[in-house]
Design a protein around this ligand. Sequence first.
Ligand code: NI
Length: 172
Amino acid sequence: MKRPILLHPDPRLKKVCAPVADLSDDLRLLARDMLETMYDAPGIGLAAPQIGVLDRVIVLDCAKSDKDTPRPLVMVNPQIVAASDHASTYEEGCLSIPDQFADVTRPAEVSVRWLDTDGREQQEDFGGLWATCVQHEIDHLDGKLFIDYLKPLRRQMITRRMQKLKREMARG
Ligand code: NI
C-alpha cells in the first residue's frame, strides 16, 4: 500500500529514529509499503521517517535505467562502518523536498552494514550513485536532510519555497 510522503518542513523529519528491535511481519509490511511508495513517486530511496514512521529503516534502488535489473534493497538499522577519504559531488533531491536540487559532497565510497527483513546481517561496499543515496537515506534516520549541507541562505530559500508550496496544497 502506498503511503503519503511527508513534506519539509515537518518536525517528524527532524527526529532521530529508534533502532528496530523486533523483525516482525509489521516490519516486512512497512518495507513493502516503502518500496511501493518509492517506486511510485518515483524515487531511488526512501526512509521510514518520510512516511511518519520513526524507525531505522530505509529502502533504495539506484538501478535507474530501464536496461538495469531492478535491485530493491531494504536496510534495517543501517550503519556506515567505513567511508573513503575521497569525495564525490552529486546533485541531490529528496521526495520530501520536491523539485529542489543542490550539489552535495560526500565520501565517494562507503561500506554499510545492516539487517535484512529476515534478520540476517549484511555488509556491502557502495560507490557512485548508490553511495550517495545510501548516505542520504541514513541521514534521514538522524533527522538530517540534504539541505542541511547547504549554506544557511540557500537552505532558508528552499524552506520558504516549501512552506509556500504546503500552504498552496492546504488550500487545495
Ligand atoms: Ni530524502
